[in-house]
Write a protein that binds this ligand. Structure first.
Ligand code: SF4
Length: 359
């Protein structure tokens, strides 16, 4: 607003229209003057990502494909629960890290998402799934003094609080500045006001990014996608381990400043015959015991050409018991949206250019 020669406080009106009301066209901004709206129409491109494809899953979650302004596409997943909704977001088009079990990793990196494209995924999914009575107000309703539909926590009263997880396409800490700008906007009191503790960033283990995140007093929660317990096995499936190995990671997590009661989530994808032995379980318990942590065991979601399988149920149960016997909080996370390829490690846009994987 200041760059348009408007007073700074008008930025609050803009944020409220964009995020509390979730308006998607300038003519809806009834809180701004007619002349300013006309100026914005010609001078500022209000181009949120738009949903171009939605695939509902049998378990209630929906995978969405978003078109970006340059024609690229990314994916996100809407997962409703009884008392809340969780949105899985992308942070990059593709990913440079080339994890062997991950379909997105096979694309290579194409580009980072802007902060607006990250926030826009949230707006698009909330609008798409809004209860009819929670939908953004029409300009005439707003002019009549109707109240904004959003309450604290970022959604309409019928949606419940919103959790955001950066577990879609991309390594979020590789797009650090845009990620943190989006975090600032998503948590802003004049916008969606999502509490920071409801936002989780999942990293493949970029120690430089973890250290940098630790310098912010206001930040999202941290999750680590660990997936193997020896350097040999982890380097095989996650090439990032050749730069920062398990010891470097454990030390980074040990010095990460946690708030009282906060734990780092360790995600561990179970690959049959690769990461699911009893020895793996013992090493995983030892790793997680070095700092306040909880472990999510994630049975692998098979996808075409991955070359990996999910372990048997008995093996999953045995690992779960081993961890809880070692006093490590543990849960088994059944990925949602599996039947529509929307689960972790399956987000990839077909038909996009494939770049060579860095190895
Ligand atoms: S698992 Fe995450 S970091 Fe690894 S290739 Fe996939 S998107 Fe990138």
């Amino acid at each position: 607003m200041t760059s348009l020669g408007e007073p700074r406080w008008r930025g609050g009106q803009l944020l409220s229209g964009l995020l509390r009301q979730r308006w998607t066209r300038w003519d809806q901004f009834s809180n701004l003057s007619r002349s300013l709206r006309a100026r914005l129409e010609t001078e500022v491109d209000l181009a949120w990502p738009t949903i171009v494809q939605s695939q509902p899953s049998l378990d209630g979650s929906t995978k969405h494909v978003f078109a970006l302004r340059d024609g690229r596409q990314v994916e996100g997943v809407h997962m409703p629960y009884e008392d809340r909704v969780t949105l899985c977001l992308s942070s990059q088009v593709g990913c440079a890290l080339g994890c062997a079990f991950c379909a997105t990793g096979q694309m290579g990196i194409i580009r980072n998402l802007s902060a607006a494209e990250i926030v826009g995924q949230v707006v698009a999914m909330l609008n798409h799934h809004a209860h009819p009575q929670d939908r953004p107000l029409r300009p005439e309703q707003e002019a009549e003094g109707h109240r904004a539909p959003l309450g604290p926590g970022g959604a309409g009263p019928r949606t419940g609080p919103v959790n955001l997880v950066f577990m879609g396409m991309g390594e979020p800490l590789h797009n650090f500045d845009h990620l943190m700008a989006a975090f600032g906007t998503l948590t802003d009191e004049e916008g969606l006001a999502i509490p920071p503790r409801r936002i989780t960033v999942s990293t493949s283990g970029l120690v430089s990014g973890i250290d940098r995140l630790g310098t912010f007093a206001r930040r999202p929660r941290l999750a680590l996608s660990l997936n193997a317990t020896t350097d040999a096995a982890r380097s095989r499936i996650m090439p990032v381990n050749r730069v920062w190995n398990l010891e470097a990671l454990a030390q980074a997590l040990g010095r990460f400043p946690l708030q009282s009661g906060e734990r780092i989530t360790i995600e561990y994808v179970l690959l049959k015959g690769v990461t699911d032995s009893q020895e793996d379980g013992r090493r995983l318990a030892a790793f997680a015991g070095r700092f306040p942590a909880k472990v999510n065991l994630i049975p692998f979601n098979p996808h075409e050409g991955s070359g990996f399988e999910a372990p048997e149920e008995s093996r999953i149960g045995a690992l779960c018991r081993l961890l809880s016997d070692s006093a490590v909080p543990v849960s088994v996370r059944r990925s949602r949206g599996q039947d529509v390829a929307g689960a972790c490690g399956q987000l990839v846009r077909e038909g996009q250019p494939r770049h060579p994987k860095p190895r």
